[in-house]
Design a protein around this ligand. Structure first.
Ligand code: TYD
Ligand code: ZN
Length: 406
């Protein structure tokens, strides 16, 4: 399958085929299973600018709407990280007279709340009304719209140029990314920075984290593809900093050309990516072969555990759960339930495979022998608080970078 690149118009060749999939975050009520829709999920690499991206359009009727259950503040580690970001911006970037920061996809206001408390001008742009309301309750100013070229122009007219435009775990979601880049270019002040943190494609490949691929993740960024994107839209990539979040995140900083000296890390990552062939189709075909291996190994392990008369339940119901269970064909027969601490997901079913999502108390009240950790990017935090499970002989199953039992 071929499609054209959303950034440069080049040819995107299919590298990974995850079959028919529902929406990753389409956790549904039992009464709605009849009406569930699926689409063919494939990812490919642009032969020109090397941007990894989903192919084709996710059908309009499948896109996410207002009841998006993701809350950035749900993890203590993430909360601290975003508060740290806010403090960094306050100390290093928002130091001029009457500074202004815009956050694209401000979610529940976890980052901007600290900015608001410092009395600094800010604006969150968050299309999901439910989470936008949570942030307003924290004293954060929010525009409940999609960020694009038009919104950016409107913000600039009303508020003036931005010293910082920030986005975390949302820029790679935006299918109309080209319009976002044009918007950033018009909204950014002369020495402003566009900073965004997104899962790093190099880490996705290292971890064989195929479960990071689902409808909302339109793009998978690497330093090379972001550098090309920046240049295409009149900006310059001036820094790339790896972060230990979401199983491997990269923070990119873009400025206006010539305004900041690029950090040595940019050239270093470019060399590293070239050496490992990150932007090459063959690398992704090998990735794809490893994904098939994980599917086979995981199914074999679950069958063996069941044959031994033991139970496996799922821990965490991130959107990743949808990709893994649908791709591997794992349903309630193999995994009777998953637990998750997000109230909005509890009482619902995993999209496509219809495994019930229960509150963590279900796990604590009746420990199974095995727990399959879908929220593996939070492994440290989760294992630290679930020591009682281990103490009673419980074992964790992980499926990245390969299937193993801890
Ligand atoms: P996350 O990786 O943050 O999001 P995504 O869906 O984008 O991959 O999701 C982690 C999920 O794990 C989220 O639904 C909350 C859940 N979770 C728990 O149930 N317990 C925990 O201790 C933590 C940290 C997360
Ligand atoms: Zn391209």
């Amino acid at each position: 399958m071929q499609s054209s690149c959303r950034i440069c118009g080049g040819v995107v060749l299919k590298s990974i085929d995850l079959g028919q999939q529902p929406r990753g975050n389409g956790f549904l009520l039992p009464r709605d299973v009849e009406n569930e829709l699926t689409f063919h999920l494939t990812m490919g690499l642009c032969g020109s600018c090397t941007m990894a991206q989903l192919q084709g359009e996710v059908p309009q009727e499948l896109r996410y709407h207002e009841s998006y259950p993701y809350h950035a503040s749900v993890s203590a580690v993430h909360r601290e990280h975003f508060e740290g970001n806010a403090r960094y911006f306050l100390e290093h970037e928002l130091t001029g007279p009457d500074p202004f920061i815009v956050e694209i996809g401000s979610n529940d206001g976890v980052m901007l709340a600290t900015i608001a408390q410092a009395g600094v001008r800010h604006l969150g742009v968050e299309p999901s009304k439910e989470v936008a309301e949570l942030s307003m309750a924290r004293g954060v100013r929010v525009l409940s719209e999609f960020f694009d070229e038009t919104t950016a122009t409107k913000i600039r007219l009303e508020h003036g140029p931005a010293d910082v435009i920030f986005g975390a775990n949302c820029i790679a979601h935006i299918a109309h990314l080209a319009s976002v880049c044009r918007g950033v270019e018009s909204l950014l002040g002369p020495d402003g920075v566009f900073v965004f943190e997104e899962p790093y494609f190099g880490a996705v490949v290292d971890n064989t984290a195929f479960d990071m691929i689902y409808d909302e993740h339109s793009f998978y960024f690497a330093v090379r593809s972001i550098k090309a994107m920046a240049e295409r839209f009149g900006l310059e990539l001036v820094n790339a900093e790896p972060l230990p979040l979401h199983g491997g995140t990269m923070r990119y900083t873009l400025g206006r050309p010539g305004m900041r000296t690029p950090a040595p890390a940019v050239a270093e990552f470019l060399d590293e990516e070239r050496a490992r062939g990150l932007g090459e189709h063959e690398t992704l075909l090998r990735f794809s072969a490893r994904v098939e291996r994980i599917r086979d190994d995981l199914n074999a392990l679950l069958a063996r555990i069941r044959a031994e008369g033991h139970r496996v339940v799922g821990y965490g119901a991130p959107a990743k759960t949808t990709t893994v269970t649908n791709y591997c064909g794992i349903g309630p027969d193999q995994i009777p339930y998953v637990v998750d601490n997000t109230p909005a997901k509890q009482g619902r079913l995993v999209p496509g495979t219809h495994i019930p999502v229960l509150p963590p108390s279900a796990f604590h009240e009746d420990y199974p022998e095995y727990a399959l950790l879908f929220a593996w990017n939070h492994a440290e935090e989760i294992m630290a608080k679930e020591t009682a499970f281990r103490d009673r002989g419980g074992r964790w199953i992980l499926y990245v970078p390969d299937v193993h039992v801890l």
